[in-house]
Design a protein around this ligand. Structure first.
Ligand code: HQG
Length: 181
């Protein structure tokens, strides 16, 4: 991804997941914002966003971070939110037997004690494969991948959700459902 696309992707992540108010926009409960309005407000705050640039970022995003609505009018981040403006009704779904969470070795002692918590974000994020989880972990330091007994959790009443981009979400994971080896 070239530098400009990367910069715009980071900008969109920040605005659509965390701080929409910094450029004076409001997201609806499902995380959507009108694209023309987003572009206008971004430009007013010195961010050189255009429809073309936005579409290129959406198309080239390795993790499919953003979704454009079917009518082409709105955009949202698929997952990863911390802003209280948003409460997406993600699709509830039965998970596979195991899911994976990538983290860094420095967090392991704490996770062993507390289980996985969502922190600032709305959910704990999980992948259906080790490779992706490992990449997520690398963002935080020396990566380590935890195996999650997802189906067992589900059978005991925990809810799992599937985001637009294939990321699995759940509220929190007690340590008894984590495999650390
Ligand atoms: C850790 C990225 C100590 C947790 C990814 C993680 C994902 C604990 C960090 C999405 C803990 C939070 C989310 C506990 C959890 N004690 N540490 N009890 N419980 N943690 O960034 O999952 O590239 O908020 O293991 O691909 O890393 O931004 O979450 O290391 O889909 O598009 O606390 O964001 O996507 O870090 O990443 P994060 P995450 P993007």
């Amino acid at each position: 991804m070239n530098k400009q696309l990367n910069k715009t992707s980071k900008f969109l992540s920040y605005i659509l997941r965390h701080q929409p108010e910094t450029i004076g926009i409001t997201l609806d409960t499902d995380g959507w914002v009108n694209i023309d309005n987003l572009i206008m407000q971004a430009n007013q705050h010195a961010e050189p966003l255009t429809r073309e640039l936005l579409e290129r970022v959406v198309k080239t995003s390795d993790k499919k971070r953003f979704t454009i609505s079917d009518d082409g009018l709105k955009i949202r981040a698929a997952q990863g939110h911390s802003t209280q403006q948003v409460k997406i009704s993600h699709v509830e779904q039965t998970p596979p037997e195991f899911l994976y969470h990538g983290t860094a070795t420095r967090f392991i002692n704490s996770i062993k004690k507390q289980g996985l918590v969502s922190g600032n974000r709305h959910y704990v994020h999980l992948s259906d494969n080790v490779k992706t989880a490992n990449k997520v972990g690398e963002r935080h330091g020396k990566p380590v991948v935890l195996k999650v007994k997802a189906l067992q959790m589900y059978q005991q009443g925990f809810k799992f959700y599937f985001a637009d981009n294939g990321v699995w979400l759940t509220n929190a994971i007690p340590n008894t459902f984590l495999i650390f080896d």
